[in-house]
Design a protein around this ligand. Structure first.
Ligand code: C2E
Ligand code: CA
Ligand code: CA
Ligand code: CA
Length: 287
């Protein structure tokens, strides 16, 4: 493997640990990829834990690369945040994901409505740097306008790093998005400095409990109590909950028993290609 030379570093070394020259090179590659929209979105189902019904998909970006294969976001998102390239990349993700979701609506909304089911949603990850960009709300408005997706079918997943800073503009932007009907989720809840007070300070509609808590279900009474407590408080405040990274049937059963409404994880499905997601939408519509 050593003989393969330094080009191999990318296969195992996260971008932020790379040297300056390598980073510079990766930034240039990212510029080209952004200019050519050379990314792909995968879509991971989010399901109702009680009925198994498909309710949303989380859009997850990948970078298909001729030499490196499919590059995962952990290898380039942090670098794109650092360089500011996340702003145009994130705008592309929003445009693409809302267009795709409008396509799901075209084939499923009428049938779902007749069966009393809400329209499918799409969850889009938004990094702190992207959210703080002054043009962000307009990017969201533009994506909704060109796709025709109803705002209430879009959920923006923010990490607490957005919420930690006290900043009037961020509060105004959240209020504007909330006013449009766009949902706001706190991602990776329970890691870092998550605080339940965010739930009353900001117009949060969904809380995503991090996989590290779900992993402990069934073994750790403490984790169990935490997940159950978070779920109860969220319910009381009218905030929905998605449990992330469900891999075992026992985890799903415990979560459903404690009243957690929604879940996501390899137990249900891995992230799917756009074509696979479309096929699932069709199947789930007519089941
Ligand atoms: P995240 O938002 O916490 O997304 C969940 C990650 O967990 C995804 O990894 C998903 O493939 C993985 N996952 C889902 N279910 C399971 C499971 O049951 N077991 C395990 N072990 N893993 C599971 P992925 O796609 O590699 O994304 C990694 C992170 O990259 C995401 O974490 C998110 O923070 C970031 N990311 C992905 N797409 C975007 C994007 O379009 N914009 C931004 N700003 N960040 C993104
Ligand atoms: Ca997420
Ligand atoms: Ca997450
Ligand atoms: Ca995560």
């Amino acid at each position: 493997a050593k003989a393969a030379g330094r080009r191999q570093w990318r296969h195992y070394r996260p971008a932020l640990q790379a040297g300056l020259v390598e980073r510079h090179e990766l930034n240039e590659h990212l510029d080209v990829a952004i200019a050519e929209s050379a990314f792909q979105l995968y879509y991971q189902p989010i399901v109702d834990l009680h009925t198994g019904d498909l309710v949303s998909f989380e859009a997850l970006v990948r970078w298909p690369h001729d030499r490196r294969g499919m590059v995962l976001p952990d290898e380039f998102i942090a670098l794109a945040e650092e360089s500011g390239q996340i702003v145009p990349l994130g705008a592309w993700v929003l445009e693409r994901a809302t267009q795709e979701a409008a396509g799901w609506h075209a084939v499923s909304s009428a049938v779902r409505a007749a069966a009393g089911r809400a329209p499918l949603r799409v969850n889009v990850n938004v990094s702190a740097r992207q959210f703080r960009d002054p043009g962000f709300v307009d990017v969201v408005r533009h994506a909704l306008g060109t796709s025709g997706l109803p705002p209430c079918s879009l959920v923006l997943e923010l990490t607490e790093s957005v919420l930690m800073r006290r900043d009037d503009r961020i509060n105004d932007d959240m209020a504007t998005l909330d006013g449009l009907g766009v949902g706001i989720a706190i991602d990776d809840f329970g890691t870092g400095y998550s605080s339940l007070s965010y739930l009353r300070e900001f117009p949060i509609s969904i809380l995503k409990i991090d996989k590290s808590f779900i992993d402990g279900l069934g073994h750790s009474p403490q984790q169990h109590a935490l997940v159950e407590g978070i779920t109860r408080i969220a319910e009381t405040l009218g905030v929905s909950v998605i449990a992330e990274g469900i891999e075992q049937p026992e985890q799903r059963d415990l979560l459903a028993a404690m009243g957690c409404p929604l879940g996501q994880g390899y137990l249900f499905a891995h992230p799917l290609t756009a074509g696979q997601a479309r096929a699932l939408v069709r199947d789930a519509t007519h089941e």
